[in-house]
Write a protein that binds this ligand. Structure first.
Ligand code: MBD
Ligand code: FE
Length: 257
């Protein structure tokens, strides 16, 4: 049996697309350019990147809802399930030996809208290196969950981990997604530096979000339009054993199920 919703959505999508073709008088040369581009995106394996860059922000807005909780943000194409659960304090994300970058201490709390600490929560975090690369995705970063981990939350709802400060992320320049942004649209291919999170707790909706840093050069021009005002945090300095660390802090609030 056909799924009627899918049938209706498909029919409307084709109708809208046909109207668009008619309205703009598209001909075979346009049709060839468009279909060749779509095929290139597939051949480059960039459909996850393309859809998350151009469409996911709107799906996100439709999905999580606004309320007295932390705003959601796009997941992006690079989440990997199964990151190691950290067990040894101080909790430190997996890194390569001498991982480059400013040392980053991230401290947060996870609470309900009423302010109750959510001690059963887990904070799954993933982010880019100091060169803006992701493990599993970019050549040169070994595939063993570098800068990815699940961090347990304490009895009082506190969570903290050590890492390095990620750099802004540039979408692969030479692929069809980067080409479209740069050469065709005349936009840039950058996302502001960000930390990705999936925060889960029993009885609460999983929160997929990102945090960005005040003063980032791309904060107002994210090519994936994933920035929301409530997700921009200041970075300060703190001292650990006589060393200077960059400190980011945040209060996660989860939406009851
Ligand atoms: C990313 O790292 C990302 O977070 C998004 C949304 C799109 C492309 C790369
Ligand atoms: Fe990202």
């Amino acid at each position: 049996m056909a799924n009627q919703r899918v049938v209706d959505l498909f029919d409307e999508f084709i109708e809208l697309t046909r109207d668009f073709i008619v309205r703009h008088g598209l001909r075979y040369e346009d049709y060839a350019a468009i279909t060749q581009y779509l095929i290139r995106v597939g051949e480059a394996g960039e459909w996850p990147l393309w859809t998350d860059t151009f469409l996911e922000a709107t799906v996100d807005t439709n999905s999580y809802g606004e309320g007295p909780w932390t705003p959601s943000a796009i997941e992006g194409p690079y989440y990997k399930p199964g990151a190691p659960v950290l067990t040894e304090r101080p909790y430190t994300l997996p890194m390569r030996p001498d991982e480059a970058g400013d040392k980053l201490l991230f401290k947060a709390t996870v609470r309900s809208p009423a302010g109750e600490p959510l001690a059963t929560a887990t904070v799954d975090v993933w982010h880019a290196t100091d060169e803006g690369l992701y493990s599993f995705i970019d050549a040169g970063v070994p595939e063993d969950y570098i800068l990815r981990a699940r961090v347990p939350v304490d009895q009082d709802g506190a969570v903290e981990f050590r890492s390095i400060r990620p750099a802004p992320y540039e979408i692969p320049k030479n692929g069809p997604t980067g080409d479209l942004l740069n050469s065709v649209l005349g936009r840039h291919t950058w996302r502001p530096a960000h930390l990705h999170f999936l925060v889960t707790a029993e009885g609460y909706k999983p929160l997929v979000t990102q945090l960005y840093f005040e003063g980032d050069p791309y904060i107002d021009s994210d090519c994936a339009e994933g920035v929301k005002p409530g997700l921009i945090i200041p970075l300060t300095k703190t001292d650990i054993d006589g060393d200077s660390w960059t400190l980011g802090e945040f209060k996660f609030v989860l939406q009851p199920e």
